[in-house]
Design a protein around this ligand. Structure first.
Ligand code: UT7
Length: 337
């Protein structure tokens, strides 16, 4: 028996603290005009240190909503896939804390990285487990706490203005109608460019990021994320296009079949470039980077949830997810809703 998986529930959580471009320009030599013109970002969310929002707790909040909306309970979940590049601990990953906090059975918890492609990778993994019949309901989470690890000085402005905190989650459930659900997923990597978008330190350790930043020389840039912005931009545009086409071709579909494209929210200019290239209308591409910045693994599930909440995704729609990021890694998912 072969199954498909379908998205049965979606949820997201973002911390309440809004940080505008003007707020950043008070501590960094930057300005609203530059940020909006280059990235489309107007504001992002940052946690308030010490108020309890971490990658894990934000992921848990998003997961609770997704589970409730799927009509299931935490007891019904058979497996967890948690994607993040900003885990609370060096180890263990956040999946096990989520398992405990949601009072779940002793189900498997898989932690993955894959940065901006994390959610598409997580979806692909969950889809395979459901397709084989091994599991029936899988919780996938993408959650990131960037703000406490960014270089909030002018030196880091090319990176720090872009990233925001937040979490998104989805429940994938078994679907017996093979015309529906996740039709295919496509994953890629190119490690040759690993250091074009990377955070190199700490390589080994077991301490909190906050401690690492406090304990180390603030002049040591290896503790802050680095990005070769223009190089990443060019690769992103090319790989987004390739991997969307790959997904469409695999399913004998064409661009005209797309009802909704939810791209990873890396930069509004990248989304607009793809939209133009594929000749899609504003209604066919969902963007919310204006409000949240780039939340890496959380960006697609947050955007997908908002698109769904706004009634922009209906039963029968062809929904395309596509991501590109550090690694480089990239991927797409073709979903019949
Ligand atoms: O999500 C994972 C994938 N990530 C991406 O796909 C991101 C891809 N890259 C980008 O989105 C863009 O390259 C950035 C938004 C990161 C940067 O935009 P850019 O147009 O490539 O700018 P740039 O890095 O070439 O910098 C241009 C100028 C520089 O000044 P000079 O050398 O021309 O005098 C920078 O110092 O802008 C300056 N600059 C800033 N100015 C004000 C860089 N960051 C800022 C800033 N505020 N925040």
């Amino acid at each position: 028996m072969t199954y498909h998986s379908r998205i049965a529930g979606l949820g997201y959580y973002v911390p309440p603290r809004v940080v505008t471009n003007d707020d950043l320009s008070k501590i960094i030599d930057t300005n609203d005009e530059w940020i909006q013109e280059r990235t489309g970002i107007q504001q992002r969310r940052h946690v308030v240190k010490g108020d309890g929002d971490t990658t894990t707790t934000m992921g848990i909040k998003a997961a609770k909503i997704a589970i409730e909306r799927s009509g299931l309970t935490a007891q019904d979940i058979d497996f967890i896939v948690f994607a993040t590049l900003s885990p609370d601990y060096y180890f263990p990953g956040p999946g096990v804390t989520l398992q405990k906090e949601l009072g779940m059975r002793t189900v498997g918890a898989l932690d993955i990285r894959n940065q901006c492609s994390g959610f598409v990778y997580a979806l692909s993994i969950a889809d395979q487990y459901i397709k084989t019949g091994m599991y029936q309901n899988i919780l996938i989470v993408g959650s990131e706490l960037h703000s406490i690890g960014l270089d909030m000085t002018t030196r880091g402005r090319g990176v720090s203005v872009i990233f925001g905190d937040g979490a998104g989650a989805a429940v994938l459930s078994r679907e017996t109608d093979l015309s529906k659900g996740v039709l295919s997923t496509h994953l890629h990597s190119e490690g040759e460019h690993a250091l074009e978008l990377a955070l190199q330190a700490p390589g080994m350790g077991g301490r909190w990021v906050t401690d690492i930043l406090a304990d180390n020389n603030p002049e040591d840039e290896s503790y802050y994320p680095y990005m070769n912005g223009q190089f990443v931009f060019k690769n992103a545009v090319a790989r987004f296009s390739e991997v969307i086409n790959e997904g469409l071709q695999t399913n004998n579909l064409s661009v005209s079949d797309i009802d909704m494209l939810v791209p990873h929210q890396a930069n509004l200019r990248i989304s607009q470039f793809i939209q133009k290239k594929f000749n899609l209308t504003d209604d066919q591409v969902f963007n919310n980077i204006q409000k949240y910045g780039n939340t890496t693994a959380a960006s697609i599930p947050i955007a997908l949830t908002e698109a769904w909440e706004a009634g922009k995704i209906k039963s029968g729609d062809l929904v395309v997810l596509a991501a590109f990021g550090s690694g480089f890694t990239w991927g797409s998912a073709i979903i019949r809703w």
